[in-house]
Ligand binder design. Structure first.
Ligand code: PLP
Length: 437
């Protein structure tokens, strides 16, 4: 085992973090960036190129966080950069329609059998918040059902966690969310048929929508069985409730048609974020013509945005999605990911380490467990996060950047080369040796 005696230098990152604490709560503009679940101060990043990142201290990393998913083409992709640069000379924002919006929309809709119309917004949170409003406006019902372990952004209705009992009203998971709002959100466990049946029995004719992540990937990778997702489709339909797939992570990641295609289940509304903007702030929600006709200005469900359909962001999205729409893109990326995961799984099996690597498409997740399946949030052993912390530190010391929490999944991009992946496998082997020493 090549032992790393010394941690990487974080001198400049440390100074920047101290300064940042004077400006931002916790020194960051999004909580998980604060590295609270792993060792050391957060790394301040200076630049990225392909699969690589460089921090303020000059440390270089192979990146598997990929900006939390958007960068399926890696950093500084030539086509995306050029498209953005070209638009920069024409103007940053007009607050008026542009042909670029049409182009990105046509690229999406013409390659997606599950959508007829979409609306662009500026983040995943906004996309989901708007989709929920559409579902409520359309059904004229107020209650929504979400699953423990799924994250859908930080809007009030969705910052709700399960109460005690199989089916109860949720409890707010953030200060500042009114109790009355939480009472409109019912939170149940994933993969629990009985809970779902009971929800619809208890709240008959009151449920506007059931929302689920395409594949829950914000609290580990909680892979659901196709039968369960099909059951979700059936029970919502039978009860006049809409089914929302939140595909902010899985959209354009599991394939151009995301999880809907993977399960072969047509949801009523799909939400997007992350990859759709090629690294720029874009979100979207889409549905049938009929449903979308309820959105303003056509219908009574109000939703708007000063920077919605922003031309620079649209240009990035068009460039990125044009590459993703090419034949074989996803097959290649998945094959690369499979090989990577299999190699590390083989090492784990040989050493009999108590860790599993779950994977789908180009997403992977390390779980320090001997369970063969983890489908619900409460099946994750929280103490095992201590082992992730050690692995994370060891990986950083070996030039590999994973997300700073054991609940976060990793992403492989089309920019990861064979050399990057081989180096990562060695680093992972050495890091796991330290975890299990
Ligand atoms: N939905 C899902 C499934 C997500 O993973 C996220 C973000 O991680 C969101 C919604 C919120 O998106 P954003 O952070 O762009 O607001």
């Amino acid at each position: 085992m090549a032992k790393v005696e010394k941690d990487i230098s974080r001198e400049k990152s440390g100074q920047l973090f101290e300064e940042a604490k004077g400006y931002f709560p916790g020194g960051v503009n999004s909580p998980v960036r604060a590295f609270k679940s792993v060792y050391g101060t957060p790394l301040f990043i200076e630049r990225g190129d392909k699969a690589h990142l460089w921090d303020a201290d000059g440390n270089e990393f192979i990146d598997y966080c990929c900006s939390w998913g958007p960068l399926i083409l890696g950093h500084n992709n030539d086509a995306v950069r050029e498209a953005v640069a070209e638009q920069l000379h024409k103007g940053l924002s007009f607050g008026a329609p542009t042909a670029l919006e049409n182009k990105l929309a046509s690229l999406i809709i013409n390659n997606n059998q599950y959508l007829e119309k979409i609306r662009f917004v500026s983040s995943g949170t906004e996309a989901v918040m708007s989709a929920i409003r559409l579902a409520r406006g359309y059904t004229k019902r107020d209650k929504i059902v979400k699953f423990e372990g799924c994250y859908h952004g930080h809007s009030d209705a969705l910052l709700v966690k399960a109460g005690s009992g199989l089916v109860t009203f949720g409890e707010t998971s953030s200060a500042g969310v009114p109790k009355a709002f939480a009472e409109e959100t019912i939170v149940i466990a994933l993969n629990d048929y009985e809970a779902l049946k009971q929800v619809f029995a208890d709240f008959k004719d009151q449920i506007a929508t059931v929302i689920i992540e395409g594949v829950p990937a914000n609290n580990g990778l909680l892979m659901q069985d196709r039968e369960y997702v099909q059951f979700l489709r059936e029970i919502t339909q039978e009860n006049g409730a809409l089914l929302i797939f939140d595909e902010v992570i899985t959209g354009f990641r599991l394939g151009f048609e995301g999880a809907a295609r993977y399960y072969d289940v047509k949801p009523d509304i799909i939400t997007y974020g992350k990859i759709i903007g090629g690294g720029m702030p874009v979100g979207a929600y889409g549905a049938s013509n009929e449903l979308m006709s309820h959105i303003s200005p056509d219908g009574g469900v109000y939703q708007a945005g000063t920077l919605s359909g922003n031309p620079v962001a649209m240009s990035a999205g068009i460039a990125a999605l044009s590459i993703l729409a090419q034949d074989g893109f996803y097959e290649n990326l998945e094959a690369v990911t499979q090989k990577f995961v299999q190699e590390i799984q083989a090492y784990i099996a040989q050493k009999e380490y108590r860790v599993k690597v779950f994977t789908i498409g180009s997403i992977f997740w390390f779980a320090f467990t001997d369970q063969d399946k983890i489908q619900r949030a409460d099946e994750i052993v929280h103490e095992s996060m201590e082992q992730y912390k050690v692995m994370h530190r060891e990986l950083l010391n070996r030039g590999i950047y994973f997300g700073p929490s054991g609940y976060e999944v990793g992403f492989i991009s089309a920019a990861h080369t064979e050399e990057d992946l081989s180096k990562t496998i060695i680093a992972l082997q050495e890091s796991l040796d330290v975890v299990f020493a």
